[in-house]
Design a protein around this ligand. Sequence first.
Ligand SMILES: NC(=O)C1=CN([C@@H]2O[C@H](COP(=O)(O)OP(=O)(O)OC[C@H]3O[C@@H](n4cnc5c(N)ncnc54)[C@H](OP(=O)(O)O)[C@@H]3O)[C@@H](O)[C@H]2O)C=CC1
Ligand SMILES: C[C@H]1O[C@H](OP(=O)(O)OP(=O)(O)OC[C@H]2O[C@@H](n3cnc4c(=O)[nH]c(N)nc43)[C@H](O)[C@@H]2O)[C@@H](O)[C@@H](O)C1=O
Length: 317
Amino acid sequence: MDIKQLKVYIAGHRGMVGAAIWRELEAKGYARLIGKTSGELDLRNQNEVRAFFNEVQPDVVIDAAARVGGILANDTYPYQFLMDNLQIQNNLIDASYANGVSKFIFLGSSCIYPKLASQPLKEEYLLTGSLEPTNEWYAIAKIAGVKACEAIKRQYGKDYLALMPTNLYGPFDNFDLNTSHVLPAMIRKFHEAKIQGNLPVTLWGSGTPMREFLHVKDLARAVLFAVEGELKESLYNVGTGKDLTIRSLAETIQGVVGHRGEIIWDSSKPDGTPRKLLDVSRMASEGWQAEIALEEGISKTYEWFKENSEQIKEVQF
Ligand SMILES: NC(=O)C1=CN([C@@H]2O[C@H](COP(=O)(O)OP(=O)(O)OC[C@H]3O[C@@H](n4cnc5c(N)ncnc54)[C@H](OP(=O)(O)O)[C@@H]3O)[C@@H](O)[C@H]2O)C=CC1
Ligand SMILES: C[C@H]1O[C@H](OP(=O)(O)OP(=O)(O)OC[C@H]2O[C@@H](n3cnc4c(=O)[nH]c(N)nc43)[C@H](O)[C@@H]2O)[C@@H](O)[C@@H](O)C1=O
């Protein structure tokens, strides 16, 4: 059968990641994509999810639905980050298994690895140490998802796997200053400060933590690669393999935006994990690597932000 005729359900297709995967698959000719908003189908509700799978019978499921947010949101709403994510992924994985879905792709996050693990982070470092406290709730849910896919693959030989992306950014990101991740927050803060006459910009923490950033189009390419390929393992890191300090990121974004004011570091806000650089050699050995350089990706995202500033997404809990 032509793989492009498979029914592919993208859970969370309106989010930054789900929408990018939808665009990627659509552009490659996938003709039977399925998506439901959270208003149409609350994935925390097991009965609704079971009924949906019984009716639609997808062949492939991509789980890009989750409770997602930056460091402050994770730290402020531990119960939602733990429970919503467990419920969403358990319902999706179990309904997929029960309905004979042949391929399931689960998206986790690089925060699943121990806070102080050696760098770069290899897949086998999972569960070898304590987690970063600001996001341990979310990380524990994501680890359960990784393990559920691994268990199905091991016990039933099914192609259920987990991709662990590093910090992502791109069009349709969340630009709410309380709940967003750092990169969209910096774009918005520097842009708004610039148009108000280069006012000072306040950023969080010390600026010393290091982070790795992947453009969401690259992640969507990795998901397509996993849909079309037979990846051997059940867990793959997905990143660029390069990181930088938050201070350097700020200077890069300040340059792209053209802001000429002061930067103030608010030490009352958390730094989070000191470093979480992914070892991307496992994905590279399968034949996939990132393509979009950070500065190019930031410039494109800033252009998108300016063109869509009337309708930018602000996710509030
Ligand atoms: N953003 C990042 O930096 C990173 C993200 N990831 C992972 O990528 C995935 C997607 O993240 P991202 O696109 O950034 O997040 P978004 O917040 O942009 O999108 C999340 C999507 O999940 C859906 N969703 C949330 N709760 C429910 C629910 N109860 N029922 C149905 N749908 C629900 C939302 O649907 P609706 O819009 O209809 O409400 C939304 O479209 C997540 O698994 C995340 O862990 C991994 C690493 C980094
Ligand atoms: C993807 C990943 O995302 C989260 O982890 P995080 O990487 O720590 O998150 P972040 O992007 O919000 O911050 C990165 C760094 O940047 C600093 N920082 C400076 N100024 C701002 C600022 O204005 N906003 C934000 N949000 N951070 C700022 C901030 O203090 C921190 O040092 C987890 O949810 C985790 O679960 C997860 O998976």
